[in-house]
Design a protein around this ligand. Structure first.
Ligand code: SF4
Length: 354
């Protein structure tokens, strides 16, 4: 969705301040040459499939929350978005065997998410601009997907995510965005209650175990019933259903990926909810984020506008990123070289063969 020009940003620009975004800061780590094309030459490049699908989901969720649009519109928008990608020739990456499992799994996860979506409770604002002042000259802008007003100056920040779970270092990298939003809100006088990602691909299934403790399992939406199959067959509270019948009922539930057809005495032991991953807002993550921000801004300043200061990725090693995730691959001379060498080598192999 096109964003309207914001007076606060325009005023900072008019004063000659440097305005960065978290994507701009991260771009140097992904590929400095790509950052050069985007931010020095001002060429945004082509949309990749994940960015395009992410923005379809974001826009539709925003519409539902702002305007009370029916949740049915999510499924329609998803389908329209996928059709439009097909028409524009934007492809999902193929899996290792050249098949469509990446596409099929993504679509299945999002379709289940749309089917189960319930608008969140509370007072929310969507697409809220925040500006974090790094120094007298440098600012970072961002847009919060979902800001919950918790009262008495307290707020919670939520970000829709269509990607996979964050693991290891990737969690810290992803967390910087939430931390920066929180820092900007604190500069504006708010107190932070919670920071979280709404992970669209996943749900959480929970149930009370025999020992009384609650067990939670995070599952992909597309086959969550299959993932809890063993617990359905041996539920915490025994059910009065014959073993063979139970087997057949559970198999049917797995097949339909739905608990709806199960007898209430079994079904009601399990609760299925959208997965919301909370992120701890600690002094450590704040310090890490602010030091990262300062380093990245300095790195942009040191590199200036000279192309030679923006080296490409190791294209051979990261050819998946170049071919599937980079919006500049059609113009990138390094990737073109790699592709032509690859084609020439293949040709040579064929010639050798005969
Ligand atoms: S194709 Fe690869 S090397 Fe070229 S700009 Fe994109 S990520 Fe960088």
């Amino acid at each position: 969705m096109e964003r309207a020009k914001e007076d606060r940003l325009e005023a900072l620009k008019a004063q000659g301040k440097n305005i960065y975004s978290i994507s701009r800061l991260n771009s140097l780590n992904q590929c400095a040459y790509s950052a050069y094309i985007t931010y020095v030459l001002g060429d945004r490049g082509d949309n990749n499939v994940w960015a395009a699908l992410g923005s379809i989901m974001h826009d539709t969720l925003q519409n539902i929350i702002d305007n009370g649009t029916s949740t049915d519109s999510l499924i329609e928008s998803l389908q329209d978005g996928i059709d439009n990608l097909d028409i524009s020739g934007i492809d999902f990456p193929k899996d290792r065997n050249g098949g469509d499992s990446i596409r099929d799994n993504w679509v299945a996860n999002m379709t289940e998410f749309c089917t189960h979506f319930i608008p969140p409770n509370g007072e929310f604002k969507t697409e809220q601009l925040v500006i974090y002042k790094v120094s007298e000259d440098d600012y970072i802008q961002g847009y919060i997907d979902l800001l919950r007003i918790d009262g008495e100056g307290k707020v919670s920040v939520f970000d829709w995510k269509t990607s996979s779970q964050f693991k290891g270092d990737h969690l810290i990298e992803a967390g910087r965005q939430l931390v920066l939003y929180a820092q900007a809100l604190e500069q504006a006088g708010y107190e932070i209650n919670e920071l979280a990602w709404v992970m669209l691909k996943y749900c959480v299934v929970s149930w009370k175990q025999k020992n009384g403790k609650i067990k939670e399992k995070i599952c992909e939406w597309r086959n969550y019933v299959a993932q809890i199959r063993p617990y359905l067959l041996k539920p915490p509270v025994a059910v009065d259903i014959d073993e063979f019948k139970l087997d057949a009922l559970v198999d049917e539930a797995v097949e339909k990926n739905s608990l709806d057809g199960l007898p209430a005495e079994l079904r009601d032991q399990f609760e299925v909810k959208q997965y919301v991953r909370y992120y701890d807002y600690t002094p450590e993550v704040i310090e890490e984020t602010l030091s990262y921000v300062t380093d990245q801004i300095q790195s942009f300043k040191d590199r200036g506008k000279d192309e030679k200061n923006y080296p490409p990725k190791d294209v051979e090693k990261d050819s998946y990123f170049c071919s599937s995730l980079c919006g500049h691959n059609k113009k990138c001379p390094y990737y073109k070289d790699y592709c032509s060498t690859f084609i020439n080598n293949n040709k040579k192999e064929e010639e050798d063969l005969f």
